[in-house]
Write a protein of this length. Sequence first.
Length: 133
Amino acid sequence: MSTLSSTLALSASGMQSQASRLRHVSENIANADTPGYHRKYVDFRPMAVAGDGFGQASGVRTGPVQLDQGELTRVYDPGHILADETGHYEGSNVDVMVEIADAREAQRSYEANLKMFDQARQMSQSLIGLLRR
């Protein structure tokens, strides 16, 4: 695999991983008010991508979806159908501010990988243009 195509594969793996992360962040935000909902998250794991004599280049992939086992918030609402005798029920453990920050980080990482992908694509097009002359 050439260095340019290896770069394309690396940035594509980063974009796929960040898109997966962003999908889980949006699910968390959508379910922030769902009683008993546990926040979902994924971790990133290294992935070997075959090199071309320059050694191994590494990419990234997401691990399995994990549930945050943090404590659920106790919400006081005596009229809620899930409320116990004290008027409380278990809400979710989603902090919307943390999710918004994670979404921004994932978006910026995605954009950085996209720029790297576009630069590698432009370089390969320029090389092909030079070889045609």
